[in-house]
Design a binder for this molecule. Structure first.
Ligand code: PLP
Length: 182
């Protein structure tokens, strides 16, 4: 996704980021509830792993049903338990937990990813967690890369995280599971 929105502070930015992810990732389930033919043949796992573009294209193509779709989405309080895990570096700012609480996905969905000796998110540990979740078909709502952590000013390897998102790391194992997250 390309774009941005400047907000008043970090906590609000985190809350807004998680809110966007929650809403977008709930749309496939909402479309299925409104008109199953929109996402015909997709399993829950496949619905959880549609890309943002795929989702938004379908929403656009079904603009006449947008109010019904919204009502059946996370914005209507639906399917919050199906959205999956939110992965953040172990050094996570407590605003992530507050955000998960406020938007209703629950604190249990936030998974801390171990950091390396430079306090950056350990990309190997991240990949391990992604694989473990995929092996049990547990969806990933999103992965957070921090550019300047609160205590250490550590900058996570955003490129490496993006590569993992693009399934460039060990493509076979990741691709076969068709994982997609924000
Ligand atoms: C990574 C991170 N997220 C969120 C926050 C919260 O920011 P604020 O205090 O502006 O709400 C901070 C604050 O230092 C931070 O470092």
């Amino acid at each position: 996704m390309v774009g941005g929105h400047i907000v008043a502070d970090g906590s609000l930015a985190n809350l807004e980021g998680l809110w966007y992810a929650r809403n977008i990732k709930s749309l496939p389930f909402a479309m299925k509830a409104v008109d199953p033919t929109i996402v015909a043949g997709k399993t829950d796992w496949e619905l959880s792993n549609m890309s943002t573009k795929e989702i938004m294209d379908l929403v656009e193509a079904n603009g006449d049903k947008i109010d019904e779709i919204k009502a059946k989405s996370a914005r209507g309080g639906k399917n919050l338990d199906k959205l999956g895990k939110w992965l953040v570096p172990q050094t996570k700012h407590y605003s992530w937990l507050k955000a998960a609480d406020i938007i209703g996905i629950g604190l249990d969905q936030v998974i801390p990813v171990p950091v390396d000796s430079n306090y950056r998110m350990d990309i190997n540990e991240l990949e391990k967690i992604v694989r473990e979740l995929a092996s049990t078909e547990t969806p990933i709502l999103g992965i957070v890369g921090v550019v300047g952590s609160t205590e250490e000013g550590a900058v996570d390897g955003i490129n490496e995280i993006a590569e993992l998102v693009d399934c460039k790391i060990n493509p076979n194992a990741v691709r076969t599971k068709k994982i997609s997250f924000l």
